[in-house]
Design a protein around this ligand. Structure first.
Ligand SMILES: [Zn+2]
Length: 313
């Protein structure tokens, strides 16, 4: 018996087969197609599941306990995708259509929630009953696990740490508001801060590493220059860490989970990110004379999407 996880991404859709020991035992991929009708998209996904399972020796639908889907968007408990802008899905009956092609239990949730679930079952926060997962990439994704289950709010729209407002008159956000946390804590934010800093400090290693072209500055450029001790990069990175520490502290002040898990592209900085973050976040926590959550690095990486989706129930 296997469980199947599906990770709907911008360029590809990944299918993973997970066995009873939470091990990934088979994988398949199809390209993301937004130029075909919804029904065709779902049919192609169902076919990929059937083929991937068959290749691993699971040919009957009875072999598949469930199928879970992680989407960059929101869905409801009826298996309907409410909103998934990247795919062009708005109020689409995913479960109903999928089951025409493969009649097994189908569950859908937000991709960051799914990754949070994966880490809490098979990753760094395994064994805990409460955790918050923060993924730092182009934006900020987050997932909340309470009593071992995803908490995405009464109306299914919660867990959006990235759009907690840090600065009312702050940097405009893709959501239409200003000053959202993700404008200060994402990789995109670090890039912006790096580019702004080199305007007045063209001698900085940040700019030299980018070949003298500010548009070539990436999050890694700033992080590496800070690691080298470049004063401008050290200042920018320190400021970035402060914002991130405020984000973590807000999570702690609001939810006080057992563990806060940090994942996503920026987390590849490893200890260079985690050590200052662990040191700094308590100053923003109100009851910081009490025991506080551990801050841990995610361990499942890109596998979290399919593993977590397979865990949905
Ligand atoms: Zn926003």
């Amino acid at each position: 018996m296997i469980r199947v996880g599906i990770d709907i991404g911008g360029t590809g859709i990944k299918v993973g087969l997970v066995d009873e020991n939470l091990q990934l035992i088979g994988e398949g991929t199809i390209p993301t197609r937004t130029d075909i009708p919804f029904e065709e998209q779902v049919k192609a996904i169902a076919r990929c599941v059937t083929e991937t399972a068959a290749a691993a020796g699971y040919r009957r639908k009875e072999d598949i306990a469930s199928v879970g889907v992680g989407i960059p968007g929101i869905a409801n408990a009826d298996g309907e995708v409410i909103k998934c802008t990247n795919m062009g899905w708005f109020h689409m009956p995913f479960r109903e259509v999928f089951r025409k092609y493969l009649d097994v239990p189908v569950f859908i949730d937000n991709d960051a929630n799914v990754a949070a679930l994966a880490e809490s079952v098979a990753g760094v926060s395994a064994g805990t009953s409460s955790s918050v997962f923060i993924t730092i990439g182009t934006g900020i994704g987050s997932g909340i696990i309470i009593n071992g289950r995803i908490w995405n709010g009464f109306h299914g729209i919660g867990g959006e740490l990235g759009h907690v407002i840090l600065d009312l008159d702050g940097v405009p956000c893709t959501c239409g508001n200003r000053g959202c946390l993700e404008r200060y804590c994402s990789a995109t934010a670090l890039i912006r801060m790096g580019r702004e800093a080199v305007r007045d400090n063209p001698e900085s290693l940040i700019l030299r590493s980018a070949g003298g072209d500010p548009s070539g500055i990436e999050a890694r450029t700033v992080i590496d220059a800070a690691r080298e001790g470049d004063p401008v990069a050290v200042r920018v990175y320190g400021e970035y860490i402060s914002y991130l520490a405020q984000a973590v502290a807000s999570v702690v002040n609001l939810l006080d989970p057992e563990v806060v898990v940090i994942g996503g592209g920026v987390s590849k900085a490893g200890d260079f990110l985690m050590e200052p973050l662990r040191k700094e976040y308590p100053r923003y926590v109100i009851f910081n004379d009490q025991p506080m959550p551990e801050i841990k690095l995610a361990v499942l990486g890109s596998r979290a999407g399919v593993i977590g989706a397979a865990m949905l129930s």
